[in-house]
Design a protein around this ligand. Sequence first.
Ligand code: FAD
Length: 496
Amino acid sequence: MLAKRLAVNPLTPGNPAHALFDLFVAAQTCKEVQLKFAELCRHLEVDSQDYRNFYNKLKERLNYWKAKDLWQKIDSRANHSDYEQGKPCAKTKCLVLGAGPCGLRVAIELALLGAQVVLLEKRTSFSRNNVLHLWPYTIRDLRNLGAKKFYGKFCCGSLDHISIRQLQLILLKLALLLGVEVHTGVSFKGLVEPQASGAAGWKALLHPESHPAAAYQFDVFISAGGGRFVPDGFKRKELRGKLAIGITANFVNRHTAAEAQVPEISGVARIYNQKFFQELHTEKGIDLENIVYYKDDTHYFVMTAKKNSLLKKGVIKQDFSDADQLLAPANVNQEALLQYARDAAQFSTGGKLPDMEFALNHAGQQDVAMFDFTCMHRAENASLVRERRGKKLLIGLVGDCLVEPFWPLGTGIARGFLAAFDTAWMVRNWGKGMPHLQVLSERESVYQLLSQTTPENTSKNYNAYSIDPSTRYPNVNVSSIKPKQVGAETWEEKKK
Ligand code: FAD
């Protein structure tokens, strides 16, 4: 029946499969992506839960030049020898927590290794307008995966940034095409231990409790739940600097010629442009350490503001030494904050942005936020094995829940993706049957390098980047930590 339907007119623009593929590629919300994907699968009669064969069947049945362009990109990644045609993890079942950029990126790699991958996300929409600066290797990585097919404007010319929302949309589409099962609107609440020897494996406690993914059994759990979500068993270190208050503001981009002409500010720090900051202070009473302006779906500004000027301008009502108290919603005058952000944005763009209407955030409110980044967290270790009733579970951390980034350095996505690749390599070792203490010791050896990585000290041969750490970190020593050193951190079954 399928063949008949497609044979009607396979190459005309009116071909419904082609139209559905185009709609999927162009979808601009998380919901729409899922909907169009489901329609495409239904139309082509491919079962998205048949993760082993899904991508190949889709390829076979969608004989469309636009799709072929994308398959070419995906295939050139998938054919890399590291993935051994999906054999290493053919029996591995992974649960990934979080559809942020890092959760999605690791899910893609695990799917390429042949694993069954289920990904859970508590939100139902991708609404973060904030724009991320990308390191050159991440741009190359995303380009090689076909990012431009989904988002034509992706890093055009010298642009090196993208909104979180767009990045998530690109990665979600890729993950779905590779057979990752994505569930949105479901919260992970904890792990459920195997109940009896020889019986079912590890499961997850979810909200809603009756969600079908609660029945899924897995042997690998990857947490990419963002800065606040760290699973039991992991310790975190706190890195505290001097008080740093960040403000983000997003304005509607109507994409007019006048807006297009306003130059971006890719990072003006106080030390490099004393005059600008002094004039801003004198004319507007706004005292900043730095400011960045990027143009994307929105006009996005991010700045670090000095506490005294926020107090003087009435943005912060009362002074407290404790940052949580200082920035508590009850201590912030929202109207004054909007004015502060608008004035800073207007001044730094020379008043050239014609119409500064705030974009709306996920809650439908004007998209301005003030946050404290005085203190950042870093997990002491990146991996763990838990064992209960003879069932081992490998746990890995990825993204902000592994290392919280210092945003002015733009390290979030770059280090997040490096950790995603390192974690995929760890799961590959696990799938290939490497003894678990060695899996952990190799992962921890590589993790030692992450916080020092910069665009300068990582390999410049971006096209050679793969999940193998040696392609990215020059002189990496995967046995700098020995299996006996991770033994103590392994959460083994307590014998009764
Ligand atoms: P997140 O993006 O936080 O995603 C985590 C996901 O997990 C979320 O979708 C969340 O809903 C979901 N989740 C959490 N708990 C649960 C649960 N229990 N159940 C189900 N789902 C759950 N980085 C850069 O690289 N460059 C920049 O220029 C840059 N600028 C920044 C500017 C600002 C102001 C800020 C705040 C950050 C900036 N970052 C930047 C950092 C960047 O945003 C993060 O590093 C990146 O978003 C981390 O991705 P992630 O996938 O680890 O986590």
